[in-house]
Design a protein around this ligand. Structure first.
Ligand SMILES: *Cc1c(COP(=O)(O)O)cnc(C)c1O
Length: 455
């Protein structure tokens, strides 16, 4: 290891490079060029016997890595419903990395444990969920779904006298999992990891926007978990969670809400009606790295029955201190050692404030409306009711749409991904970035129209 520069010089240089990258992001092409990707070959390929200086490593990463990035942090990236990073959340992420706190335990990281606790309180308030919920900061909505569904698994089996953490699922009373047929694939993955089975679910019919149909719900008998969704990953539409709870909760079913991005509608007085009744559910999963615009990797799990979450996640060991009343974050997460990712959320919420979060969500939805209007003016087919931040657009038959999407991505002005919706191939535009402006939407539609015209 070479240490010729001071740590302060190294980090200042890094900050200058990152600042330049971010200042240039709004003007950069979104997909990297093939030349930039090929140039990655010039980075060291074999592990050196003697290490290089940190300054050299950072300079190389910036010289070769920065041009090869997809500008996902910029204002014209519309892929995968993910946002960029607000200034305060990025800066707080850096500072918290410098602290390098092991944030699983209050004893080793009282500062991050306390900041995460505050952020959790703010989130429950903002999302209009019960104040006494338990929660966890995890890597994303996939793991958030997994974690809180483990709490659900614990509770519905404990209710019939089975301790799943101690006894496992062999010989356990069966759990019925009821799920809308348009649920996100990551939920099925979570079910697989939990031993509940990706395939042994009862799928419920949905309407033409992907919302679970309450009239199609089966009758509830025995240990049951009902998985709902707010924010369909294609259409943005939300299941009628309140009505679903009204139907199934009296029969003892646990209702889970996958709200990876859609849950944030609850933070906007104008949009909250779309997710009406979510506060009646038992658990919720959402992402902070999507609509809240904090750096990856950042997701949040929330559970009304805190004891069930703790029963599913807490460990005890002689060397792990118990903290009396202090909250050990690791009692609520799959991980033991981990970074204090809740600090990024704390900073983003403090930077935006209550009104700023509502404004961010509403602004993205307004941009989605503009996209739909301008695309229709070009006679493109918008396939969904644009109720949130998602727009599905077709450019003709499936083959033509596929070619159009590839050409739009290659052209570089903007980036959106491919999807399939009700038997048709479509481009999926997700507006989730805090920095997107009207001008970015207009520029993007202009680029889309001219690329499609030249096919
Ligand atoms: C994005 C998404 C997920 C998965 O989130 P990750 O953060 O990628 O793990 C789950 N459910 C829905 C509805 C999503 O949109």
């Amino acid at each position: 290891m070479k240490t010729s520069t001071t740590i302060r010089d190294l980090l200042s240089d890094t900050a200058k490079r990152a600042g330049r990258y971010l200042e240039q992001a709004p003007g950069r092409r979104v997909a990297p060029t093939t030349d930039a990707l090929e140039a990655l070959r010039d980075l060291p390929d074999s592990l050196p016997a003697i290490g290089q200086s940190a300054a050299t490593i950072v300079a190389q990463l910036d010289e070769f890595g920065s041009p090869a990035t997809t500008t996902t942090t910029g204002p014209r990236y519309f892929g995968f419903v993910t946002g960029g990073a607000t200034p305060a959340s990025l800066a707080a992420n850096w500072l918290a990395s410098a602290w390098d706190q092991n944030s699983g335990l209050h004893a080793s990281a009282p500062v991050t444990a306390s900041l995460e606790h505050t952020a959790m309180r703010w989130l429950l308030d903002l999302l209009q969920l019960p104040k006494d919920c338990g929660g966890c900061f995890v890597t994303g909505a996939t793991v958030a779904n997994f974690t809180v569904l483990a709490a659900a698994r614990h509770r519905v089996l404990a209710n019939v006298g089975w301790d799943v953490e101690a006894q496992g699922l062999f010989g356990a009373p069966p759990i019925t999992v009821v799920i809308g047929s348009e649920s996100h694939p990551s939920v099925y993955k979570a079910l697989g990891m939990l031993g509940l089975g990706r395939d042994r679910v009862v799928r419920v019919a949905v309407d033409d926007q992907g919302r679970l149909r309450v009239d199609a719900l089966p009758s509830i008998k025995g240990p049951t978990i009902v998985i709902t969704q707010v924010g369909n990953v294609n259409t943005g539409a939300s299941d009628p969670v309140g009505e679903i709870c009204e139907r199934v909760s009296p029969h003892g079913a646990w209702v889970h809400v996958d709200g990876a991005f859609g849950l944030w509608a609850a933070a906007s007085p104008r949009l909250a009606s779309q997710v009406a009744g979510i506060e009646r559910a038992d658990s919720w999963a959402t992402d902070a790295h999507k609509w809240l615009n904090v750096p990856y990797d950042n997701g949040i799990g929330l559970v009304r029955d805190t004891a069930a979450l703790k029963a599913a996640m807490a460990i005890t060991a002689a060397y792990l201190p118990t903290q009396g009343e202090a909250r050990n974050p690791s009692d609520f997460t799959p991980e033991l050692s981990r970074r204090g990712r809740g600090v990024d959320v704390y900073a983003a919420l403090l930077e935006l404030g209550r009104d700023g979060v509502a404004d961010l969500v509403e602004r993205c939805c307004a941009h989605a409306q503009t996209f739909a209007r301008l695309l229709r003016q070009h006679d493109f087919d918008v396939l969904n009711e644009v109720v949130l931040n998602q727009v599905l657009v077709s450019f003709g038959d499936d083959e033509r749409t596929r070619r159009a999407i590839a050409a739009i991505q290659a052209e570089g002005t903007c980036w959106a991904g491919i999807t399939h919706w009700r038997g048709r191939t479509a481009m999926r535009i997700s507006v989730s970035n805090w920095s997107t402006t009207d001008d970015d939407v207009i520029k993007s539609v202009d680029a889309i129209a001219s690329v499609v015209a030249s096919l």
